[in-house]
Design a protein around this ligand. Structure first.
Ligand SMILES: Nc1nc2c(c(=O)[nH]1)N[C@H]1C(S)=C(S)[C@@H](COP(=O)(O)OP(=O)(O)OC[C@H]3O[C@@H](n4cnc5c(=O)[nH]c(N)nc54)[C@H](O)[C@@H]3O)O[C@H]1N2
Ligand SMILES: Nc1nc2c(c(=O)[nH]1)N[C@H]1C(S)=C(S)[C@@H](COP(=O)(O)OP(=O)(O)OC[C@H]3O[C@@H](n4cnc5c(=O)[nH]c(N)nc54)[C@H](O)[C@@H]3O)O[C@H]1N2
Ligand code: SF4
Ligand SMILES: [Mo]
Length: 709
């Protein structure tokens, strides 16, 4: 007889970076309630509206439960049919092995999406397959997102994962650019209940200043909001640095004993005054001077920038300038400033520091980072003939057709491949091209430890979640799919297979040997975390430099030659073209990139896939809200419904990404009723941050016209 008792499970929400603690109530095999866990030392009971989607994902009738094989149903027409696991794994392994044998390892391309970082089995076990496939054609969502952060952390602090984390609970002044944590719940900054924390900052007399081309939900609650012309943040930040030097505000304090390069930085910005920056940014010189003074003079202050300043034409330059400001003002490595974490499973010690530019892409010569090429050039590597051309594509937890620039062309290119394999629970815009889809268990059917995001959290805590439901018979976890496939490929290529341990055993070993492990009073282990299911508080972030730095001499390096050269590129470029509109993105608290539009509870309410435009611009064009406009870029055109909004900076329009559902061969009943259009059909794969290769999905130059009836 099946178990119908009511139980309460402790669980971490893995959907975004905030890692909220949950209490999930179940009766038999049904979820009956999901709420915040007040005893979680990090999230203190907070949840956002997406938490309930854990149930919706689990129960989604469109979620794949068995592997799918694509068959031709008529000339040019395909359909996916269910097959058994053994057949699916053999099919995938045969294709991988024969591609490698016939065309070489670089003929295999791989793309990993954002949820792969939220899934600990995927993080630990990708290697079980890819150690046999050391292809140069690796891509991921990193290069449509936070690549500039990694590059700057590698250059300045010596490790791509050593990111300064805003200590919001103890700060007095917070300068935030290109981030909207009230919608995103924070990024490269694990900060559950960010709204309350920002409110608290204001009520203790502190100041929040938001710089964004849109008056976002976060800007709305800020002490001050400044519109900035998309893509011009580098001018604002460089002029701030100029003011710090000019007005004698540079005071690194204890950092000065282990910081190199401030003099070179001073020389590089000597001509870049606020008067130079004002016409580029749209921010008056007096404001730039005042904000530089306010931040420098604050007892503890933060300069932080995220997506909006990372996925733009000068993303790496912006992220570098932000860290220069934190160092120059002495706010780095100080309570109330930005500090490095010391997580229980320390990725900075456990992973390689990263590397840059060791090889370049064949097609466009874009640099690798951490053995990955920029996603913006994936299509070139599929289409450029010759040695190293991708013939087989592997995707894991990604939807690049909707999430990478010029996705429409990528959609076509996937159809030109010899073979495609996707590890994904969805039959979506990307996986519809796959010859084999391998769907993992649902999140509630496996355990979880957040390997990635404890490294980015505002407090050091540790929390392990057991599976809520047992794994259905015959199903495989993500990590098992990688192990099974790895073993099969190894057998076919006569290679040594990798030994397989479940991820909890790997995490257990890392916890025991980590900074709170066996040699400390904490004695952290998986067993200890199981005995504390709401998590263990390991304390606030502490100053940790220079010891924490991973640069060869444990010194902060600011004079990065590549960046100094990029300043000259920026100054020459100027980045003003006033007769076009600039397109930027937008997130909503009930969206999660492209993959959570199939859940009714998240899709209720006003339509979201609208083009926001300032009312003066709407009037100038002689248009009105509700009409369809055509948005045309270099690569293509889409039509979207117009909505006038004084949230927008004049000259700038905003459309969310992740829409464009309902394509032939996909499965998603609710999503196709809220299909929308994909803004990445018009973002430009040639428009990248030239320094890092990161896609510039913000600040795209577009022309608008009334759509034909
Ligand atoms: N224009 C524009 N484009 C953008 C952005 C933007 O702001 N504007 N944002 C960019 C950013 S920050 C990111 S991170 C990328 C995201 O880009 P991607 O990661 O490529 O896309 P997602 O929409 O997150 O797709 C996630 C996929 O993972 C699957 N999935 C979910 N959970 C699991 C799991 O546990 N296991 C497996 N195997 N699969 C799973 C889902 O079904 C879905 O197919 O998009 C980028 N693209
Ligand atoms: N609800 C929800 N939460 C999410 C996600 C989601 O899709 N939905 N995605 C998750 C992921 S993968 C990520 S990476 C994070 C992202 O987290 P955030 O970076 O906080 O995300 P956004 O809301 O995209 O904020 C980017 C902001 O940059 C602004 N912007 C655009 N161009 C420019 C510019 O040129 N200069 C400046 N200064 N600002 C600019 C935009 O108006 C926007 O407000 O969110 C995560 N959380
Ligand atoms: S903020 Fe929402 S989506 Fe993010 S972890 Fe918390 S409940 Fe989950
Ligand atoms: Mo992201």
């Amino acid at each position: 007889m099946s178990d119908t008792s009511t139980r309460t499970h402790h669980r971490v929400c893995h959907l975004c970076e905030a890692m909220c603690g949950l209490l999930i109530q179940t009766k038999g095999d049904k979820v009956t309630d999901i709420r915040g866990d007040k005893d979680d030392p990090l999230s203190r009971g907070h949840v956002c509206p997406k938490a309930v989607a854990l149930q919706d994902i689990h129960e989604d009738p469109d979620r794949l439960r068995k592997p799918m094989k694509r068959i031709r149903s008529a000339p040019g027409e395909y359909q996916h049919v269910e097959i058994e696991w053994s057949e699916a794994l053999d099919l995938a392994a045969d294709a991988l092995a024969s591609t490698i044998e016939k065309q070489g390892v670089d003929a295999v391309g791989a793309y990993f999406g954002n949820p792969s970082v939220h899934n600990y089995g995927m993080l630990t076990h990708q290697r079980n397959l890819f150690r046999h496939i050391r292809t140069r054609n690796r891509f991921s969502a990193t290069s449509v997102d936070q690549l500039p952060h990694h590059l700057v952390s590698l250059w300045c602090f010596g490790h791509m994962l050593l990111h300064p984390i805003p200590d919001v609970d103890r700060t007095h002044y917070f300068l935030m650019l290109g981030a909207n944590p009230l919608a995103s719940n924070g990024s490269i900054w694990t900060v559950p209940d960010v709204r309350q924390r920002l409110k608290d900052l204001k009520s203790r007399g502190g100041k929040l200043v938001v710089v964004d081309p849109r008056r976002t939900e976060t800007a709305d609650m800020a002490s001050e909001h400044l519109f900035i012309r998309p893509g011009s943040d580098a001018a604002f930040l460089l002029a701030m640095i100029h003011v710090l030097f000019r007005d004698g505000l540079v005071a690194p304090g204890p950092l000065s004993t282990f910081t190199d390069g401030l003099d070179e930085v001073a020389a590089a910005v000597s001509g870049l005054s606020p008067d130079w920056a004002a016409p580029l940014t749209g921010i008056v010189a007096e404001d730039i001077v005042r904000i530089a003074h306010e931040l420098a003079e604050a007892e503890a202050g933060i300069c932080y920038g995220r997506m909006g300043v990372s996925t733009q034409a000068y993303g790496a330059l912006c992220q570098w300038a932000i860290q220069v400001i934190n160092v120059a003002t002495g706010h780095l490595d100080k309570p109330g400033g930005s500090l490095f974490t010391l997580p229980a499973m320390d990725q900075v010690v456990n992973t390689n520091p990263g590397g840059f530019g060791r090889f370049a892409s064949r097609g466009r010569g874009l640099p690798e980072f951490n053995y990955e090429l920029p996603a913006a050039t994936m299509v070139d590597e599929i289409r450029t003939e010759g040695e190293g051309q991708i013939r087989l594509m592997f995707t894991g937890a990604g939807n690049p057709v909707l999430s990478t620039p010029n996705g429409r062309v990528l959609d076509e290119a996937f159809e030109e491949l010899d073979f495609m394999i996707s590890v994904d629970p969805a039959l979506n815009e990307t996986t519809r091209h796959a010859d084999v889809i391998l769907p993992p268990t649902s999140p509630l059917e496996h355990d979880h430890y957040d390997i990635a995001f404890h490294n980015l959290a505002i407090r050091n805590t540790a929390r392990y979640s057991s599976a809520v439901f047992e794994k259905p018979e015959g199903a495989l976890h993500d990590w098992e799919i990688f192990s099974e496939l790895g073993a099969r490929v190894a057998a076919r290529l006569n290679l040594e297979p990798m030994p397989t341990y479940p991820p909890d055993r790997m995490v257990d070993a890392a916890l025991k040997s980590g900074p709170y492990g066996e040699h400390t009073d904490w004695q952290l282990s998986i067993d200890k975390l199981k005995a504390h299911p709401s998590g263990i508080d390991l304390g606030p972030l502490e100053p940790s430099c220079p010891e924490r730095l991973q640069t060869p001499a444990q010194r902060i390096q600011l004079a990065i030659p590549e960046v100094l050269a990029d300043i000259r590129r920026f100054v020459q470029d100027g980045n003003v073209d006033s007769d076009h509109y600039r397109l930027i993105g937008r997130r909503h608290v009930r969206d999660n990139n492209s993959w959570m539009h199939n859940h009714h509870r998240l899709m209720k309410g006003k339509p979201r896939c609208q083009l926001l435009m300032h009312p003066d611009d709407v009037a100038k064009e002689g248009w009105r809200s509700g009409m369809l406009v055509t948005i045309q870029s270099r690569v293509g055109a889409i039509d979207a419904e117009l909505a006038a909004s004084d949230e927008m900076m004049p000259g700038v329009v905003s459309l969310p990404h992740g829409y464009g559902h309902g394509l032939a061969g996909t499965r998603g009943e609710v999503a196709s009723r809220h299909a929308g259009v994909s803004c990445n059909d018009i973002t430009d794969e040639q428009f990248v941050d030239q320094l890092s290769g990161n896609a510039a999905v913000n600040g795209v130059s577009v022309r608008l016209s009334a759509a034909a009836a």
